[in-house]
Design a protein around this ligand. Structure first.
Ligand SMILES: Cc1cc2nc3c(=O)[nH]c(=O)nc-3n(C[C@H](O)[C@H](O)[C@H](O)COP(=O)(O)OP(=O)(O)OC[C@H]3O[C@@H](n4cnc5c(N)ncnc54)[C@H](O)[C@@H]3O)c2cc1C
Length: 286
């Protein structure tokens, strides 16, 4: 669905409870975790879904509301007297104008990153298909994320180990970022995944760029070199489900990587379409 087709109504007021930078100070990228309280009794969303954030566009283009989507990064809060809460992980974005070649600040991400506790904003949604957790606790889960694509997996892994518990299948998180400082929830500042490292079924593999400041591609192949046989075995197992989240270019990167692993791009595209048809390969790309 195109961005302009997402409905801007109904919209709900929400109040910022918290805004915290979650990338190390040394990292080039500023990524923040924001928590809002929605001003209504019910706002139901599921892991893997996104919410819309509305921002008044620049005045010179008339007063059009701009909508951008953000994936929920935590499990829905327990129902009770308290208002529903939503957690987002937002990267402060810039873009280069095609005509002038100048760099501008992205409107919605900067708006969000500048919000302070107590500020009000308007949200829409939720949108998109949820990342459904298989009912079988023996299912293996291969979670592949890039940059802010960690958001749904933070919620997903918390749900598996804290809400469901006793997960018996293998849960392998492959997470790519430009540098160690930009690994979200896995850096010196915050390591939310550390609480699951004791779970014998959970493992995280990090893929970084070999020369972080040079904008080199992330070395996924290097990171999973010794594990490719194991990952292919997982894919052959009917009980394995793959979830991919992050920026669109990860699709080509993974196609190349898995193409090399299985021996050719043709075999990989056949295998991938079988996985998609069986509901065992789900993507959330933007
Ligand atoms: C389904 C969906 C879920 C999304 N979930 C998230 C999320 O959880 N967190 C998040 O930060 N963004 C997410 N995005 C992207 C977000 O909607 C906006 O596109 C982004 O915040 C830029 O908006 P902007 O108005 O600031 O700038 P724009 O002018 O719209 O874009 C500025 C530039 O930023 C690039 N860009 C957009 N998003 C990212 C990103 N996450 N990392 C690096 N570069 C980016 C764009 O390609 C563009 O070149 C999601 C998008 C979709 C469609």
């Amino acid at each position: 669905m195109r961005l302009e087709d997402y409905p801007k109504e109904p919209r709900f007021a929400a109040t910022v409870l918290k805004s915290e930078r979650i990338t190390d100070e040394g990292a080039d990228a500023e990524v923040r975790e924001l928590v809002f309280e929605v001003d209504r009794d019910e706002f139901n969303f599921e892991i893997g879904q996104s919410i819309g954030v509305l921002v008044e566009g620049p005045k010179e283009f008339g007063s059009s509301l701009r909508q951008r989507l953000y994936t929920v990064a935590d499990t829905p809060s327990a129902k009770g007297d308290a208002k529903p809460q939503v957690t987002l992980v937002v990267r402060r974005c810039d873009y280069i104008d095609d005509y002038s070649g100048e760099q501008y600040a992205g409107v919605n991400s900067n708006y969000l990153c500048d919000r302070k506790p107590g500020d009000q904003l308007f949200i829409t949604g939720p949108f998109g298909l949820p990342f459904t957790v298989p009912e079988d606790k023996k299912a293996n889960l291969l979670l592949i994320g890039l940059g802010t694509g960690i958001a749904p997996f933070r919620a997903f892994i918390k749900h598996i180990y804290q809400d469901i518990g006793d997960w018996e299948g293998k849960v392998l998180l492959l997470y790519g970022a430009q540098s160690g400082l930009e690994l979200l929830y896995m850096n010196d500042k915050r390591d939310d995944f550390a609480r699951y490292y004791d779970e014998k079924t959970f493992e995280a593999i990090q893929a970084l760029s070999p020369r972080p400041n040079w904008a080199d591609p992330i070395a996924w192949d290097y990171a999973i070199e010794d594990r490719s046989a194991e990952i292919l075995n997982m894919l052959d197992d009917q009980h394995t489900y793959v979830y991919v989240a992050g920026l669109v270019p990860i699709r080509d990167t993974l196609d190349k990587l898995f193409g090399n692993m299985v021996g050719s791009s043709e075999s990989w595209s056949k295998k991938k379409s079988d996985l998609i048809d069986a509901g065992r390969w789900v993507e959330l790309l933007y």
